[in-house]
Design a binder for this molecule. Structure first.
Ligand code: NIG
Ligand code: FE
Length: 396
C-alpha cells in the first residue's frame, strides 16, 4: 500500500544530498519504505493520502540509549535527591533486587508499557539494555525479552558489580566475560560497560568489552558521567559506535572523539565514535549538563537519547530531551532535532533510519506545529500528532 503525505508545512529531512525542497513538499511511502520526496505538485499518485495541514514532518526519533528491562521504580530515591541527596549510581542495586524477583511476564509487561509510551511520543526506534539482572539467568532473560521489542539490544552485564561479588570484582568480570556473555550474546547486538568510579575501571571494562567484540557484538560505553575518567578514551580505542553521557570531558577526550576514525558497517566503512548526550539524567540527578556546543563546535557527532531508567532518568520523551538540550546545552533547535534522529541513527550505525529520503524506513512524525522549533519552544506540550512506523500510522 502506498501513502502520500501532502500539505507539509516544513519537511525536516536530514538528507544532505537532497536538493532544497520547495515550500510545499510531499512524501510518498510504499510499504515499509519511503518511495519519493519532492514538490507536492509533482507527487505521484498513491493509494491513500494524509493531509498534514501545514504541520512539520520529521523522521521518527531514534532513542539510542534506554534501560527498559527492569521492575519497580525509585521515586523515593528521586524525592531524596531533590531534597539534597547526591546521585551515586548506588540505587542500581535496588532495581537489581526488584528485577531478579520479577516474573518474565512482569518484565515483559513493563518493557511493553515503556516501548508504547516512547512510540506514542515519536520514538520509532529504541535501543534497550539489560543491566539490572547481573547474574547469568537474569541477564539472559532480560535480553531475550528485550529482543521481542527491538533489534537494538545491548548487553550491560557490566553495569555495576552486584552485592554478592562486592569483595571479588574480578570474579564478576570473569563471569561476565564467560558464561554470562555466552548466554546473552545470541540476543544482543551490542555490548556496553559503565566505566566510572564505583562501577568498572578501565582494565575491567576493556576486558569485558573486548570479550563482547570477539563474540561479534558492537561496542558502546557509559563514560564520563559523574566525573572525568577513562570512558571516552577507552571507547575510541575499542572503536565504539557511541560513548554515552560525556558530561565531564577533557580536551584530550574531545580530540579523540573528533579525530579518530573507527571502523563501522556504515557509510564508507568509517565513522567517528558518536558522543551521545542524555540530558534527562542531568535533569533527574540535578547535575551540570554536558556542553553540547563545545562538542559540536569541535566537530564531534552528537546524539541525544533519553537514558530511560528508573534511577537517573525516568523519561521516555525525546521531545523533553530536545527542549533540555536547547535550553541547557546550547544546542540550536535544529541541531537538537538532528541529534535526536540522525545522531541516534549514527550512534546505532544505521543508515536506514533518522532520515527522510527514498529507500529509508518509513518512520515519520507529523507534529501539531508548523516547525521543528516548537519542540523546544513549547516544552512539555504533546506535539507529536501522528506517528508513522514502517509505513503504518500507529498513532494519529
Ligand atoms: O545511564 N550510569 C549508569 N546507568 C544508568 C543509571 C541507572 C540507574 O541509576 O538505575 C544511567 O544513568
Ligand atoms: Fe544509561
Amino acid at each position: 500500500m502506498s501513502l502520500l503525505i501532502t500539505n507539509i508545512g516544513e519537511l525536516f529531512t536530514n538528507d544532505s544530498h537532497a536538493r532544497s525542497l520547495p515550500a510545499s513538499a510531499a512524501v510518498v511511502l510504499d510499504g515499509e519504505r519511503i518511495a519519493w520526496v519532492g514538490a507536492a505538485a509533482d507527487a505521484p499518485a498513491a493509494d491513500e493520502r494524509i493531509d498534514a495541514d501545514g504541520a512539520a514532518v520529521l523522521p521518527g526519533f531514534v532513542d539510542s540509549h534506554a534501560h527498559l528491562m527492569f521492575a519497580g521504580d525509585r521515586a523515593a530515591e528521586f524525592g531524596a535527591r531533590m531534597a539534597g541527596e547526591p546521585y551515586t549510581g548506588g540505587g542500581i542495586r535496588t532495581t537489581v533486587g526488584a528485577t531478579r524477583a520479577a516474573s518474565d511476564e512482569e518484565l515483559r509487561g513493563n518493557a511493553r508499557r515503556l516501548v508504547r509510551e516512547a512510540l506514542r511520543q515519536g520514538s520509532t526506534t529504541i535501543e534497550i539494555k539489560s543491566g539490572y539482572g547481573l547474574n547469568v539467568p537474569d541477564e539472559a532473560r532480560s535480553l531475550r525479552i528485550a529482543s521481542e521489542f527491538t533489534a537494538e539490544t545491548t548487553f550491560l552485564g557490566a553495569h555495576v558489580v552486584p552485592a554478592e561479588f562486592r569483595d571479588r570484582p574480578d570474579d564478576y568480570v570473569a563471569l561476565v566475560c564467560g558464561p554470562m556473555l555466552a548466554l546473552a550474546a545470541p540476543h544482543a547486538r551490542w555490548v556496553d560497560a559503565f566505566v566510572e568510579r564505583g562501577a568498572f575501571d578501565e582494565d575491567q571494562a576493556r576486558a569485558i568489552l573486548s570479550c563482547g567484540k570477539e563474540r561479534g557484538l558492537g561496542v558502546r560505553v557509559h563514560g564520563n558521567q559523574l566525573a572525568p575518567g577513562p570512558g571516552v578514551r577507552l571507547a575510541v580505542e575499542l572503536g565504539a559506535a557511541s560513548v554515552d553521557h560525556c558530561t565531564h570531558l577533557s580536551d584530550a577526550d574531545l580530540a579523540a572523539l573528533t579525530s579518530t576514525r573507527v571502523e563501522c558497517m556504515c557509510h564508507d566503512g568509517w565513522d567517528t565514535t558518536v558522543a551521545t548526550l542524555l540530558p534527562g539524567a542531568e535533569f533527574s540527578t540535578r547535575s551540570p549538563y554536558p556542553d553540547a556546543r563545545r562538542l559540536i563546535d569541535a566537530g564531534a557527532t552528537v546524539a541525544l537519547a533519553t537514558d530511560c531508567n528508573p534511577g537517573s532518568s525516568y523519561t521516555s520523551s525525546m521531545s523533553f530531551c530536545i527542549a533540555l538540550a536547547v535550553r541547557e546545552m546550547r544546542m540550536t533547535p535544529a541541531e537538537a532535532v538532528r541529534a535526536a534522529t540522525l545522531g541516534g541513527a549514527r550512534a546505532l550505525r544505521r543508515d536506514d533510519i533518522g532520515v527522510i529520503r527514498p529507500g529509508a524506513r518509513a518512520d515519520l512524525l507529523i507534529l501539531d506545529a508548523p516547525s521543528h522549533l516548537h519542540l523546544a519552544y513549547r516544552p512539555g506540550v504533546p506535539l507529536i500528532r501522528t506517528v508513522i512506523e514502517a509505513g503504518r500510522a500507529v498513532f494519529t
